[in-house]
Design a protein around this ligand. Structure first.
Ligand code: ACM
Length: 502
């Protein structure tokens, strides 16, 4: 928020002498491991007031994610929480040499850090990236690496989309076919879905509970919270391929091999509702501190409209419209999660029916869905596809790899930088409902780590400033962005290079 540069710099070298209080020892340990990995430096713990390089302590007067850095002969970091301290250490690494970001041992004898006083903190508490591991599976190592990259941008939320028509990605006790059958598909589209070509190559994979706990713990060390999503009752073809009795049709289904929205949804019987609750409770249990996302987007009602069971339930419930059936799931899952102390998050389609109070809405169809949610008294995470779907083209230039939306739709980093987290038209007294925003990485057209990098960066980089709440102008951010891309390059990130300045 403010950076006041003084003249001169201080010089750091190994061993870096750090004084830290017990409550921040974990943060400094992570920092020390990073330094060791990057440049082989050691951190020596010393007593405060004995002339070390760095002293770091909590200051309860600061807000939860706020921090202050005073670079001086003894650099002093104070923070409102361990997360704030971690952001301060990230900034100190940024003020130092680019080698401090190397993932393999670089040589660095010493580095100069400009004397500066920084007071900073985020405007928005929900600063996220979403990753779809259902359309293409990304393994534990790839997700850990993405978490590290989010942390390097002081983003604090990773929303993991764990199931879809094309794959189920988490092992569930008592439901072995979800992963034996539902985690594998026979074929995937080649090129754009509209080309209707198949690769006839199996794809799949899934996380065990241990994998998810590992991800959670890795993320926690970097102050990133994982928000798991189980998306039901739509996007359920992989579930129904595994357990046909949870669906609406007699014919056998396979895990879907096309992109798009499958018509095959869970049926509205007692068994399917109980299944959804059991699965969501189980996954939520692996993330005890997290909000849990219950999906709820794009649920076609065509099968319900033809189903005698659904008709019976509609009469029983007094529903006049099959759309209302989705609320049976939303309400049941919300109640189960609240019962376990979780906040509930859902895509904005749930606004089409009555919504349980306290539900956090992910506004994806447009920013106006965020306005609608806030006016209905609900908190909202902004994720509008027009700005924050990073599976869309990076530019309209020829040569961009196949992406979800064709030309003329493109989301340049410049467009992302112009995104307003607070949706236009929202009354100022409702701004407090805006928790923040997240960038979406849907993976129909992203099947490798390199391609994920290309779609994520530099858009995630500029997004991180937007959602921190401190964007400036395109002219001002560009040199800052170029320096950050140097860091990403040393980290091995295969970002999309910037076009020359117009
Ligand atoms: C979505 O893009 N279906 C949330």
């Amino acid at each position: 928020r403010s950076a006041d540069y003084q003249t001169g710099s201080v010089s750091w070298s190994s061993p870096l002498r750090v004084a830290v209080t017990d409550d921040l020892r974990g943060v400094v340990t992570t920092f020390a491991l990073d330094l060791k990995t990057a440049v082989g430096w050691d951190v020596a713990f010393v007593e405060a007031g004995t002339g070390g390089d760095l002293e770091i302590a909590l200051d309860p007067a600061l807000g939860p994610e706020e921090y202050r850095v005073v670079v001086d002969d003894v650099t002093v970091v104070t923070a409102g929480s361990p997360a704030g301290a971690s952001y301060a250490l990230t900034v100190l690494r940024q003020l130092g040499a680019v080698e401090l970001w190397s993932p393999t041992r670089s040589t660095l004898e010493r580095c100069e850090i400009a004397r500066v006083v920084i007071d900073d903190g985020p405007v928005f508490p929900w600063r996220g990236v979403h990753l779809d591991v259902a359309r293409h599976f990304f393994d534990v190592a790839s997700v850990c690496r993405l978490i590290d990259l989010l942390a390097a941008h002081r983003l604090n939320t990773l929303h993991l989309h764990l199931n879809d028509d094309q794959g189920w990605r988490v092992e569930i006790p008592g439901w072995p076919r979800l992963t034996d059958v539902g985690a594998w598909r026979r074929s995937s589209p080649v090129g754009h879905e509209d080309a209707a070509m198949d690769d006839n190559t199996p794809h799949g994979g899934y996380f065990t509970a241990d994998d998810l706990v590992h991800l959670r713990e890795h993320a926690a060390r970097r102050f990133v919270r994982i928000v798991p999503e189980i998306d039901l009752p739509g996007h359920a073809q992989a579930v129904i391929a595994a357990y046909p009795e949870l669906g609406n049709v007699d014919e056998p289904l396979e895990v879907w091999t096309r992109w798009g929205i499958s018509e095959h949804v869970l049926n509205v019987g007692a068994e399917a509702l109980a299944f959804a609750e059991e699965v969501v409770r189980y996954v939520a249990g692996l993330f005890p501190e997290s909000p849990v996302h219950i999906g709820g987007d794009e649920c076609p009602t065509s099968e319900w409209e033809r189903s005698p069971l659904a008709e019976h339930v509609m009469v029983e419930q007094g529903f006049g419209d099959a759309r209302q059936l989705q609320r049976l799931f939303t309400h049941r899952l919300s109640a189960a999660l609240r019962d376990e102390g979780h906040e509930v998050v859902a895509w904005d389609e749930v606004l089409d029916a009555r919504v349980d109070p306290g539900t956090v809405i992910c506004a994806w169809r447009s920013s106006s869905k965020g306005v609608e949610a806030a006016r209905r008294g609900l908190d909202v995470v902004m994720a509008p596809m027009q700005f924050l779907y990073f599976d869309w083209l990076n530019s309209v230039e020829p040569g961009e790899p196949t992406a979800q939306a064709p030309v003329p739709y493109a989301t340049t980093w410049q467009k992302v930088y112009g995104f307003s987290v607070v949706p236009p038209g929202l009354e100022s007294e409702l701004h407090h409902h805006v928790r923040g925003a997240q960038a979406q990485l849907w993976t129909e057209y992203i099947s490798t780590r390199d391609h994920l990098d290309y779609m994520a960066f530099p858009r995630v980089t500029v997004f991180s400033e937007v959602v921190w709440g401190t964007p400036t102008t395109l002219e001002d951010v560009r040199p800052r962005l170029e320096v950050q891309l140097d860091r990403l390059a040393i980290m091995g990130v295969r970002f999309r290079t910037l076009d020359p300045e117009a």
